[in-house]
Design a protein around this ligand. Structure first.
Ligand code: PRP
Length: 184
């Protein structure tokens, strides 16, 4: 889905396709360097991380293992509780593995902070985080990020995996929606 396919529903593009591709290549090169001497297991967090996982893994030169988790915050709408429920767990045991969690966005940080703690409790050799986007103004919990794509303003963004009411995940850029889309 191209920005033009959204017509008036798209307010502005924050990160275009070229910038995404260049940043993914940069992240992949850094991860390749850091994990050259040990096998890495990429853990993607469904559903938002699908795009960055697919692009990042393909931009890397090292062979990777990939696994997926799906998590959900308790309560609908807001995610302020920080209590997370596992909807789909990893398929395999991660004992002794070098885990790199791949996320589309770190917003409040509650999801990643919980996830990193949960994964660490399973006895991996290491757990690091790669997030494509981060909203510094929204962060409530400090989560160490080893690989960061972009810091963005505290605006609701869609595209490149990120949705509004499950739509726009397949938009090829990261952008904001016009207020009328939200019924505004
Ligand atoms: C998004 C994103 C992170 C989380 C970040 O997932 O993929 O997992 O929110 O928010 P936080 O830092 O405030 O915890 P979401 O729950 O929207 O699910 P999705 O990936 O299926 O869209």
């Amino acid at each position: 889905m191209q920005p033009s396919d959204l017509g008036r529903d798209l307010e502005k593009v924050l990160i275009d396709e070229d910038a995404i591709t260049a940043k993914v290549a940069e992240l992949a090169a850094a991860i390749d360097r850091d994990y050259a001497d040990r096998p890495v297991l990429l853990v993607g967090v469904l559903k938002g991380a699908v795009m960055i996982m697919a692009d990042l893994a393909r931009a890397m030169s090292l062979p990777v293992e990939m696994d997926w988790m799906a998590v959900s915050s308790y309560g609908s709408g807001t995610k302020s509780s920080g209590v997370v429920r596992i909807l789909k767990d990893l398929d395999k045991d991660i004992t002794g593995k070098h885990v790199l969690v791949v996320e589309d966005i770190l917003d409040t940080g509650l999801t990643l902070s919980w996830l990193v703690r949960n994964l660490r409790s399973r006895g991996p050799a290491s757990v690091q985080v790669c997030t494509f986007l981060r909203k510094p103004e929204a962060v409530k919990v400090d989560v160490p990020v080893a690989y960061l794509g972009f810091d963005i303003p505290n605006e609701f963004v869609v595209g490149y995996g990120l949705d509004y009411a499950e739509r726009y995940r397949n938009l090829r850029v990261v952008g904001t929606l016009a207020p009328h889309v939200y019924g505004g």
